[in-house]
Design a protein around this ligand. Structure first.
Ligand code: NAI
Ligand code: MG
Length: 365
């Protein structure tokens, strides 16, 4: 089968790191490992320049029709003053919303070769491999009312509302349990049922869904304690499922355990449809890095790792995903470093050099 992949490079370093993914796609095709049919389109600032909007209806339709979307990054100082509704990020938000991408998967992997770059001691992070599953379309970022009002005495009152329904919690819990089955068989669920009603319901629904996954071990943890545990003893976790707000914070904590922003891929998944397939968007966690754009300095590994996630979660090509993840590990073990992960005063590869190192490692496997 040929997999239909929509490539949305975006702005800044987005096109540079996407070019390296295209090298990998080319190799996987030539080697007969995975066949792709790729299309490209614009998102973010470049789409504003070309069409006046950060995502055209045509690009959205292409995303709907694709088996998976790979996105680079959007935004930059050039578009700092465009209207709020059409800012570059609005294109990404529209994609996530219209494709119904409610499950955000952020792996935090510490490559042995990079353990020194972690915020923690080597022995605490070496071999770290956590998957954070963050609910992405509900919770306090979207709940109504959401407003700032002025009180009679002239002071103000701000309101955000945390809302979760049984259905929203049920579907994200299933994503976590399904993932755990393919990994170590352990899920930790983080909420604050001690002080939040949404936490009470979260814990209740996750426990109910767990009844269908007797082979998976479930642990409930209070989100604040979870933050502490991530720093104290991160390797105790495998799959960590949590809501939108806690997931935002906990995934950033986990990111710091791994060394560099340039290393972290992500997946955002939608619901499984009647045909058993699901909408999905894969993107690096980092942004468009305007400070290094156009200078062959960007680390392409987060983007290449995002392709590996697409192989695994959209195309059922677990072996090809392992091969690609292994090639990234090999390239690092062989000393390949971009500036962001190279020790001070040492020579580093450029973006293209790192892409070539991964392709060479793929060939050598
Ligand atoms: P950023 O992630 O673009 O950059 C933060 C720092 O990390 C910079 O010093 C950058 O040079 C470095 N960095 C990031 N990715 C790197 C890579 N692959 N290799 C080497 N170094 C890397 O975040 P920042 O500076 O806050 O935002 C820049 C622009 O990106 C803004 O317009 C922001 O809105 C946008 N952004 C877009 C995101 C997306 O498209 N999903 C996510 C985050 C920010
Ligand atoms: Mg964040």
């Amino acid at each position: 089968t040929t997999h239909k992949l929509l490539l949305l490079p975006g702005d800044g370093i987005g096109p540079e790191v996407m070019a390296e993914v295209e090298k990998v796609i080319g190799f996987l095709g030539e080697a007969g490992i995975a066949a792709f049919e790729t299309e490209g389109d614009l998102v973010g600032g470049c789409a504003i320049d070309a069409h006046g909007v950060p995502l055209t209806d045509a690009a959205l339709a292409r995303a709907e029709a694709a088996d998976a979307v790979l996105l680079g990054a959007v935004g930059g100082p050039k578009w700092a003053n465009v209207a709020y509704e059409i800012r570059p990020e609005a294109g990404l938000l529209r994609l996530r919303k219209d494709l119904g991408l409610f499950a955000n998967l952020r792996p935090a992997i510490c490559y042995p070769a990079l353990a020194e770059a972690s915020a923690l001691k080597r022995e605490l992070v070496e071999g770290l491999d956590i998957m954070i599953v963050r609910e992405l379309t509900g919770g306090v970022y979207f709940g109504e009312p959401k407003e700032i009002t002025t009180l009679a005495d002239g002071t103000k009152r701000a309101v955000d509302t945390q809302v979760y329904t049984t259905g929203e919690i049920d579907r994200i819990a299933r994503v976590a349990f399904d993932l755990a089955r393919k990994r170590s068989g352990r899920v930790a669920s983080a909420e604050k049922h001690n002080v939040m009603k949404s936490g009470v319901l979260w814990k209740e629904v996750v426990t109910q869904v767990h009844a269908e996954y007797a082979d998976v071990a479930l642990e409930h943890v209070l989100a604040d304690n979870c933050a502490m545990q991530l720093v104290r003893r991160p390797k105790q976790y495998d799959v960590l499922v949590t809501d939108n707000l806690f997931g935002d914070v906990l995934s950033d904590v986990a990111a710091m355990l791994t060394g560099s922003l340039g290393m972290l891929p992500s997946a955002s998944l939608g619901a499984v449809d009647a045909k058993g397939s699901r909408k999905a968007l894969y993107e690096p966690v980092h942004g468009s890095a305007p400070d290094i754009a156009g200078r062959d300095l960007a680390n392409p590994l987060a983007m290449i790792g995002s392709l590996a996630m697409a192989l695994r979660y959209s195309f059922g090509l677990g072996e090809a995903a392992d091969l690609l993840d292994g090639a990234i590990t090999d390239a690092l073990a062989g000393g390949a470093r971009t500036r962001d992960i190279a020790p001070e005063g040492t020579r580093a590869l450029g973006t293209a050099g790192m892409g070539d190192a991964v392709v060479a490692a793929l060939k050598a496997r």
